[in-house]
Design a protein. Structure first.
Length: 148
């Protein structure tokens, strides 16, 4: 084999190895990617079959007043002031969790219920997660507080 063909075969083999490594890395990231959606976006995408029950998501919005039921499984509704979805969470809710406050929940959406594996509450009374604020602004019903 000539030197030119040896060199070309080594370059081809290197490109093949790098492509395989890149594919493996992207495949590994696929399970760790979590999309943030508002309750309106989740319900619309679920109706169009763009969300599967196995897909990990984050939903953010305000905890709807009068919707919290605490027990072994905590249930509450999250709203973007346009639509609401029911959230079920098995575990202890954060200390800052309360009605009317912004939260972000991570989990899966199945049969019109968001089953949360983690619930994150805002850390002070003036903070609003950027994703939640953006979703509320998109709904056209968000009114910023005087401190912002």
């Amino acid at each position: 084999m000539k030197r030119k063909y040896k060199r070309l075969s080594f370059v081809g083999l290197g490109v093949l190895i790098l492509s395989a490594a890149g594919s493996l890395i992207l495949f590994a990231f696929k399970d760790n990617i979590v999309f943030f959606l508002s309750p309106t976006e989740i319900t619309e995408k679920f109706l169009k079959n763009k969300i599967t029950a196995q897909q990990r998501l984050r939903v953010g919005g305000l905890v709807e007043r009068g919707s919290v039921t605490k027990g072994v499984i905590n249930r509450f509704k999250v709203t973007d002031l346009n639509k609401s979805i029911l959230v079920e969470f098995k575990g202890l809710l954060p200390d800052l969790f309360r009605e009317g406050q912004g939260i972000v929940a991570e989990g899966r959406y199945d049969n019109a219920v968001f089953i949360a594996s983690q619930v994150l509450a805002k850390h002070d009374e003036t903070y609003m997660p950027p994703e939640v604020a953006e979703a509320l602004k998109k709904s056209g019903k968000w009114k910023p507080t005087a401190g912002k």
